[in-house]
Design a protein around this ligand. Structure first.
Ligand code: PLP
Length: 415
């Protein structure tokens, strides 16, 4: 993942791009909305909203089942997204792209299917101290069923992984490594390639939680050599309820289904059922079809801007925001890793993050407050939570200036 400044072509009109997001063009509490909660969910451009609307208005039918034209059309539209995802992340085979309902579902799939099959008492699963709960709890659930235990790669005060500890923790007991690519709480970009290479030296598979990476940069699963890679549509200008699990074909082939039902079967009898081929083996039941179609359009949209241009623009905005926020008296940035993307977490002296977030909301500024589904991160820093501004390419310098004004106002309010 490369999140350094790139030469952004001057032909890209970022104001024009911003105007394509209808949600941004409104007032909240009487003030122009400043949306800085993209880490939780990004907004959809009009073209994605229109595509989903058109699907519902003219194209809807169930997929993979009907001989009738509408069903075939819906299937084609839905399946075309798989090819777009394959190209986006450079998966070798189409069937390595599994549709899920999001990152959480993708990780649960691997934990349940792979973990229940291959883990046993005494095995260890390595995660990092900065995981989202979605990459902690599924492993704990499977650990309770299999006797496998979580081991945690610690981080330092900047929010960077202590890699020597990772190498110390890797042992004959390690059966799986599952790491966050970009921290949603701190913005840290983790050295996932190094982690994957080291784990592979010991034949240990690695899952990467890419929920905060895919929306912000070019991700190449073959270059990373990731065994599994998970992400969500709603953080990359697509709709909610849809996500992706990439998995290497040989691993997915060797895993049993996660859920049973329609679509995932080959032949069902009361005595025995056989499974459908990949990817359908892991896709039981009617999927969120409209959301899948919407993700396809979101990928086209992101590609039309260019992922490297998006990364470059966001790096500019993060640099601008970090510079401005660092100058505010009594503001402490939490997470000061050398390589960061799209997220700035911070605290204001003497003001609880929730109170500050409430005042900012009155000013029309949407930031997230709390533990960001990463309670161990908050425990590490011994804080109840942070305020988090998370940036997208459609934000601008004016949004950051408004945030700075809002913070100054919040400070005055509590003084
Ligand atoms: N992992 C990370 C790093 C996240 O930021 C999130 C969402 O914030 C998730 C996992 C969970 O994603 P979802 O709720 O879309 O399943």
């Amino acid at each position: 993942m490369n999140h350094t400044k790139t030469d952004i072509p001057s032909t890209i009109n970022w104001n024009e791009i911003r105007s394509q997001f209808p949600v941004l063009n409104q007032e909240v509490n009487g003030k122009r909305l400043v949306y800085l909660d993209n880490g939780a969910s990004s907004q959809m451009p009009q073209i994605v909203v229109d595509r989903i609307n058109a699907y519902h208005s003219h194209e809807h039918a169930n997929v993979h089942r009907g001989i009738h034209s509408l069903s075939q059309h819906a299937t084609d539209a839905f399946e075309s997204t798989r090819e777009k995802v394959q190209k986006l992340i450079n998966a070798r085979y189409l069937e390595e792209v599994i549709y899920t309902t999001g990152t959480t579902d993708s990780i649960n799939l691997v934990a349940s299917s792979y973990g229940r099959t291959y883990f046993k008492e005494g095995d260890e699963i390595l995660v990092t101290e900065m995981e989202h709960h979605a990459n902690i709890v599924p492993w704990q659930i499977i650990g309770e069923q299999t006797g496998a235990k979580l081991k945690v790669i610690p981080m330092d005060e900047n929010g960077e992984l202590i890699m020597e500890k990772f190498y110390e923790l890797l042992s004959a007991k390690t059966k799986f490594v599952s790491v966050i690519h970009v921290s949603n709480a701190l913005g840290t970009i983790n050295p996932v390639k190094e982690i994957i290479d080291a784990a592979h030296d010991r034949n240990i598979p690695v899952l990467v939680d890419g929920a905060q990476a895919v929306p912000h940069s070019t991700v190449d699963v073959q270059e990373l050599d990731a065994d599994f890679y998970a992400f969500s549509a709603h953080k990359m200008c697509g709709p909610t309820g849809f996500g992706i699990l990439y998995g290497k074909k040989e691993l997915l082939d060797a895993m049993p289904p996660y859920r049973g039902g329609g679509d995932m079967i080959d032949k069902v009898t009361f005595e025995k059922t056989t499974w459908n081929d990949l990817p359908h083996k892991f896709e039981a039941g009617t999927p969120p079809i409209a959301a899948g179609v919407g993700l396809g359009t979101a990928i086209d949209y992101l590609n039309s801007i260019g992922m490297d241009n998006i990364a470059g623009r966001e790096a500019e905005l993060i640099t601008y925001a970090t510079g401005k926020l660092s100058k505010i008296d009594g503001l402490r940035i939490v997470g000061t890793a050398h390589k960061k993307a799209s997220v700035i977490s911070f605290l204001l002296d003497g003001v609880h993050p929730t109170d500050a977030g409430t005042i900012l909301d009155k000013e029309g500024i949407a930031v997230r407050t709390g533990h960001h589904c990463a309670q161990p991160v908050m425990d590490h820093f011994n804080i109840p939570g942070t305020l988090r501004a998370s940036i997208s390419f459609y934000n601008n310098e004016d949004d950051i200036d408004r945030l700075v004004e809002g913070i100054e106002y919040t400070k005055e309010f509590f003084e």
